[in-house]
Design a protein around this ligand. Structure first.
Ligand code: PMP
Length: 462
């Protein structure tokens, strides 16, 4: 079978997620056939740098044979058993112990899911059940943020602040509201310092709580760094103020660590990088480095106590705590430990990436707000960076830029007109250099293209 046939077959029956499937049927897709380290290989034999670690998840990189061996062994011994009805198995006990070992004091309980979305939906149900259990059933409203991302299920998509997702199918569901995101470049007033903006942005939470009544508010949920929203990194003043507001109004603080968790920001969890402690945090992705689906919701002692008092929690998935996923996740966390990946990101590759990312993209005139934390990086494409003028039709230009990277065998992602990168945590300094050398060539091509496009527009207008 030729590659061409393969690629046509790939879209014949499969409806792809987050894709215009009619478009895919016309133009086809790129078939990835194998991967190693930070590279993926397509069916034409191209070596592609995966600057996104899959979907922000392949933290330990591709091709870890140990995980394949562990999965095989677990499948031979106990491929499946559930944890619903007074049963358990060794793999999930081991993983739970490991998770408690790497989380801060006060976190001693884990609920398992299969994905980030399921973790978020679990958390929504858990938070409301908690308040009902402790005698405050009116606390139901959950506050998220515009441009936040919390998954694709009804709960996750509602809590997320992606308007394009809300438009499809009557979202958000009841009792979910949003506040604005802490994006300094996009939302600061003239002359406002980052610190001042961080406090003002956090105060939007207080205003929302006061306008609805604290007796109605169950939780505030946010990503430490907004990932799919475009790697929006809040000012240092933001999170401590958010934490104080949640405490003051008896609102649970939930961190969605699905992207930030398991080393991406140079600590085990993003909240450690930003100096706050949530009551609950949702995770997935890096928990198994994407080798198998698994998610986990970590719950602190206060919330656990409330939940335990509430009797049966009528919630769970057939594969909550799947033995093969659990065994692989545990081995993955041990690899992160053994290879010292988190310290490497915090002290070596993270700072190096920040410097090189700045140097590379600051040369280009359509680039503004160059930012990074650990191995989460972004910048924003703008028509004029001095006047903060954005391109028309936010998102169109991002896709043009992303497609140039992709054509040149480099995977970065466009989130609107934000370009983002999140490579595997194993990336070396040399690989960062190679990746950014290709990115630089791509940006030149992008700049020339945009010069022409804008010239054309000016000519027409003249
Ligand atoms: N929360 C966050 C912060 C995410 O980034 C994502 C996925 N990108 C999700 C939840 C949903 O995870 P999943 O796609 O595994 O359902």
């Amino acid at each position: 079978m030729s590659n061409k046939t393969d690629v046509r077959l790939a879209v014949k029956h499969h409806l792809h997620p987050f894709s215009d499937n009619a478009e895919l049927k016309k133009h086809g897709v790129r078939m990835m056939v194998k991967a190693k380290g930070i590279y993926v290989y397509d069916s034409d034999g191209n070596e592609i740098i995966d600057g996104m670690a899959g979907l922000w998840c392949v933290n330990i990189g591709y091709g870890e044979k140990k995980l394949a061996k562990i999965a095989e062994k677990q499948m031979q011994v106990l491929p499946f058993y559930n944890t619903f009805f007074k049963t358990t198995h060794p793999a999930i006990i081991k993983l739970s112990e490991k998770l408690v070992e790497i989380t801060p004091e006060g976190f001693n309980h884990v609920f398992y899911t299969n994905s980030g979305s399921e973790s978020v939906d679990t958390m929504i149900r858990m938070v409301r059940h908690y308040w009902a259990s402790v005698g405050k059933p009116s606390k139901k409203v959950i506050i998220g943020r515009w441009n936040g991302y919390h998954g694709s299920t009804l709960g996750g998509a509602s809590l997320g602040g992606m308007k394009s997702m809300h438009e499809q199918g009557d979202l958000p569901i009841a009792n979910i509201v949003h506040i604005e995101q802490p994006w300094y470049y996009g939302l600061a007033k003239t002359g406002e310092s980052e610190e001042e903006f961080g406090i003002r942005a956090a105060n939007w939470l207080e205003e929302k709580i006061l306008s609805l009544g604290a007796d109605k508010i169950a939780a505030f949920v946010a990503e430490p760094i907004q990932g799919a929203g475009g790697v929006i990194i809040p000012p240092a003043s933001y999170w401590p103020r958010i934490e104080a507001i949640c405490k003051r109004y008896d609102v649970l603080l939930v961190a969605d660590e699905v992207i930030c968790g398991y080393g991406r920001t140079g600590r085990w969890f993003g909240f450690e990088t930003f100096g706050f402690t949530p009551d609950i945090f949702t995770t997935a992705k890096g928990l198994s480095s994407g080798y198998l689906p698994i998610g986990a919701v970590l719950v602190n002692d206060k919330v656990t106590e409330g939940l335990l008092a509430g009797g049966e929690f009528n919630h769970g998935f057939t594969y909550s705590g799947h033995p093969v996923s659990a065994a692989v996740a545990c081995a993955n966390l041990n690899i992160i430990d053994k290879k010292n990946l988190i310290e490497k990101v915090r002290t070596k590759t993270g700072p190096y990436m920040r410097k090189r990312w700045q140097e590379t993209f600051s040369q280009f005139k359509y680039v503004a707000d160059i930012r990074s934390e650990g191995l989460m990086c972004g910048f924003t494409l703008v028509k004029n960076r001095d006047t903060r003028e954005f391109f028309d039709d936010f998102g169109t230009t991002g896709l043009i830029c992303r497609d140039i990277f992709f054509k040149n065998n480099l995977i970065f992602r466009a989130c609107g007109d934000h370009i983002v990168a999140a490579p595997p945590l194993i990336i070396s300094k040399k690989e960062i250099d190679n990746m950014l050398a290709i990115a630089s060539v791509c940006m030149r091509e992008f700049e020339e293209l945009m010069d022409k496009k804008l010239d054309c527009k000016t000519d027409k207008a003249a």
